[in-house]
Design a protein around this ligand. Structure first.
Ligand SMILES: Cc1cc2nc3c(=O)[nH]c(=O)nc-3n(C[C@H](O)[C@H](O)[C@H](O)COP(=O)(O)OP(=O)(O)OC[C@H]3O[C@@H](n4cnc5c(N)ncnc54)[C@H](O)[C@@H]3O)c2cc1C
Length: 396
């Protein structure tokens, strides 16, 4: 019979949010086991850019910095942006947020998801209180009064005070612990194009809303960008089958002139978009973080930022209440209290944008133009929204 591993916390899922969670716990001197079925492959500086990139807000960057991972993420192909423009294809609404207005050097950075994950994994290896269980996945979860037991598909067994589900939108932990979730698919899919551009490196990210869905440009390091093209799934699938040259022409025809010329489509892929919120963020000796707890419409690039906010909140709750025991229900409740309303607010805001901008009737177009002009012409409101987009919340 295989030996039983006993740790303080088991983190299932070593993606960006799970790895950050494990690192925060390791820094708090807890014994941590990370279970990840697909460890990240190395990513060299001259490899093609990864398709999956994220806009990280200052609050997430501050967390990654506290975890000791930010310096190495920033050093490798991270692209800073100072301005964010949002405009309407069907009306005159046009709004630009500028970091200078709120006294910040930047609004955020565009980073490759795998780079973030690799930097966190590299930091985790510095800790001898972290063990990795890779290439396997959990099969059985049993919460008891004193501990929780997790059996892996390869027969290994782990026990801990707490299991954290950081295993993404289709979370096994969420289902195995009976938490459940409400979810629905959006009417659009997201096609991502990693492109080279005639423009040199840019420090602006922009998003044009069309009735079919938003079209976004995220600057990458060098004369490159990541385009996110939300559209009906059947059109996305049809374009996915195009040659790189045909796709280049198709994107040039559909995207606004702000993009300039695309010189090459280096990579492309597409993702279904789904909204999900777990019924609760905890069960007996189980907690959920990141996409396992909530996933949102990515139109404003906030999903991973919300996950990192979960990590920061969990770390501070453990710091404040940790001596009561990791399996204490008060800890779970305090964590959920700190995060649920914020996640719900951002999720609802994204749905509001999606709904409002997809409508084609003149009344809605007029209403969103007025709303945009209001923000554009009332500097305190604009500054408040700029800070919110950076991860600063009402209570800060
Ligand atoms: C098109 C698109 C664009 C986006 N853009 C942005 C953006 O600009 N900014 C932003 O903040 N967010 C963005 N997001 C959202 C962001 O990608 C997610 O919120 C984020 O990746 C969630 O991270 P996670 O670690 O919670 O989950 P995941 O990234 O899904 O990681 C889960 C991990 O768990 C592992 N795993 C899963 N199941 C098991 C199992 N049973 N056993 C072991 N391991 C398991 C997986 O292999 C994976 O490594 C975007 C999303 C999409 C779809």
């Amino acid at each position: 019979m295989a030996a039983v591993h006993r740790v303080d916390v088991i983190v299932v899922g070593g993606g960006m949010v799970g790895a950050a969670t494990a690192l925060a716990l390791a820094q708090a001197d807890l014994e941590v086991a990370v279970i990840e079925r697909e460890p990240p492959a190395p990513l060299a500086g001259d490899d093609p850019f990864d398709l999956r990139v994220s806009a990280l807000a200052p609050a997430s960057i501050a967390l990654l910095d506290r975890l000791g991972a930010w310096a190495s993420i920033r050093a490798e192909r991270a692209a800073l942006y100072r301005r964010m423009r949002v405009f309407d294809a069907a009306g005159p609404g046009d709004l630009t947020f500028d970091a200078a207005e709120v006294g910040r050097p930047y609004l955020g950075y565009i980073v490759e998801n795998r780079r973030v994950q690799l930097a966190l994994w590299s930091r985790l290896r510095d800790f001898d209180n972290v063990e990795f269980f890779t290439g396997s996945e959990p099969q059985r979860l049993q919460s008891g009064e004193r501990e929780v037991a997790l059996t892996l598909a390869d027969g290994r067994e782990l026990r801990a005070d707490l299991v954290i589900g950081a295993d993404g939108q289709r979370s096994w932990v969420r289902e195995a612990s009976g938490i459940g979730a409400s979810s629905r698919d959006y009417a659009v899919a997201a096609q991502i194009l990693s492109v080279e551009t005639a423009y040199p490196q840019q420090d602006i990210t922009w998003q044009r809303f069309t009735p079919d869905g938003p079209q976004a440009f995220l600057p990458l390091a060098g004369p490159r960008g990541s385009l996110v093209w939300y559209d009906a799934p059947e059109r996305v699938r049809a374009r996915h089958a195009l040659s790189p040259e045909a796709l280049r022409e198709s994107a040039m025809a559909a995207f606004p002139e702000e993009l300039g010329e695309i010189t090459r489509v280096a990579d492309q892929g597409w993702f279904p978009i789904r909204r999900l919120h777990a019924h609760r963020y905890w069960a007996d000796r189980v907690l959920l973080v990141g996409d396992a707890a909530h996933s949102i419409h990515p139109l404003a690039g906030q999903g991973a930022n919300l996950g990192f906010a979960d990590v920061a909140a969990l770390a501070s709750v453990i710091d404040e209440l940790g001596d009561r025991g990791l399996g204490d229900v008060r800890l779970a409740r305090a964590y959920e209290r700190r995060r649920r309303a914020d996640n719900h607010l951002v999720q609802s805001l994204m749905d509001g944008f999606d709904w409002g901008y997809r409508r084609r009737d003149p009344l809605t177009i007029a209403a969103r133009t007025v709303a945009t002009q209001l923000v554009a012409n009332v500097p305190p409101l604009r500054r408040w929204m700029t800070r919110m987009a950076g991860g600063q919340r009402l209570d800060e």
